[in-house]
Write a protein that binds this ligand. Structure first.
Ligand code: TXA
Ligand code: MG
Length: 332
């Protein structure tokens, strides 16, 4: 399959919408990461997403809509907590899990009786959703297990030849995926930290149970996606919690080439490829996935990353970083 690269002109958005309406797969930017979209109401189209990504079939997809008016037919009811979150954070990086209606194909919900839905904030995503006038199922546009793509080149690296088109809308603003919160139960559960912070959620809802984190073999996490190895480049990732520079000085020389993701430039050994994490939580989030991918390209055998705290947006970025490391971190 020849993957078309499209721009964000009205003509190209209309082309992308036509491809989606015809049952095709189109990657598009959102404010969080790029997604691969398919008509969410067409089970055959959605099934193709799983093949293109190599995604396990028990991992459900997020449904994207342009307008809150599109929500009612997709769910059995809109719980009070969901309504409060929609009012506060939509459009934006928040996916709300609710009981699904019979319109949602099995492939979208992966056999669960719920569906995760969001209105993205990205203008390009919204224009596409309006142009096709239907809900669009879209997981992150990476090969399953890899870091999510935050620009069109990374989508193309993973999926060129496997999807119909990619809309190049530049780099994503947030850089980590949406927050996933389950509102199908009386007490809301945070299933994946993301662009809307835990602090913002509790301000609106009061109690929110954190249901993510390290999952050992045999446990069934509430969000199926959290049980898989995720966000991982080819190089091994090591998160260093203390004396970052000292740890890298001691350990990097054991390798031909080491990658370093650091918050401040230091005296790193000459075999290190160094990337600046940034100087704010917003920058850490925006840079993480691209740094992991570019260090792979640079031939790093191992990536040493400086740990960050769990406050605000850092909770999401740190979650992705530790999962990229297979939940192993070292303390020097
Ligand atoms: O920011 C994002 O959310 C991006 C952009 C493209 O919108 N999408 C994204 O999709 O990250 P994906 O498929 O890579 O991650 C979706 C996560 C997975 O962990 C999945 O298990 C969880 O959301 N999820 C989806 N539907 C669910 C449901 N009904 N119940 C529990 N978890 C669900
Ligand atoms: Mg993903």
């Amino acid at each position: 399959m020849n993957t078309q690269i499209l721009t964000t002109t009205d003509t190209d958005i209309a082309r992308a919408a036509a491809l989606l309406k015809g049952g095709g797969l189109v990657a598009f930017p959102t404010e969080t990461v790029y997604g691969i979209g398919a008509n969410a109401l067409d089970g055959d189209a959605v099934q193709k997403i799983f093949a293109a990504k190599g995604r396990p079939s028990d991992n459900p997809l997020i449904v994207h809509i342009a307008d809150a008016a599109q929500l009612a037919p997709l769910v059995r009811e809109i719980p009070e907590n969901a309504q409060k979150l929609m009012d506060a954070f939509w459009p934006g990086p928040l996916t709300i899990v609710m009981k699904k209606s019979s319109l949602i194909p099995e492939f979208v919900s992966a056999g669960l009786d719920t569906v995760g839905i969001r209105i993205p904030k990205s203008e390009t995503a919204l224009r596409l959703l309006r142009a096709c006038a239907m809900p669009v199922a879209a997981p992150s546009a990476n090969t399953s297990g890899k870091p999510s793509p935050t620009n069109a080149k990374r989508v193309s690296d993973d999926l060129s030849g496997r999807i119909d088109a990619i809309i190049d809308g530049g780099s994503c603003d947030v850089g980590v995926e949406s927050t996933v919160i389950d509102c199908s139960t009386a007490v809301p559960h945070l299933l994946r930290p993301g662009g809307v912070t835990y602090e913002q959620l509790t301000e609106v809802l009061g109690t929110v149970v954190q249901s993510f984190g390290g999952h050992s073999e045999g446990q069934t996490p509430k969000s199926p996606g959290m049980k898989y190895k995720h966000y991982a480049p080819s190089a091994q990732v090591v998160v260093v919690t203390d004396d970052f520079e000292g740890y890298v000085l001691k350990n990097a020389p054991k390798y031909q080439k080491a990658g370093v993701i650091t918050r401040s430039l230091g005296a790193f050994p000459v075999n290190c490829e160094v990337r600046l994490f940034g100087s704010s939580p917003k920058e850490y989030a925006a840079n993480l996935f691209e740094h992991l991918r570019s260090l792979d390209d640079a031939g790093a055998e191992i990536i040493f990353a400086e740990d960050i705290d769990c406050k605000g947006l850092n909770l999401a970025t740190r979650n992705r970083l530790h999962r990229a490391a297979g939940l192993n971190s070292v303390k020097e």
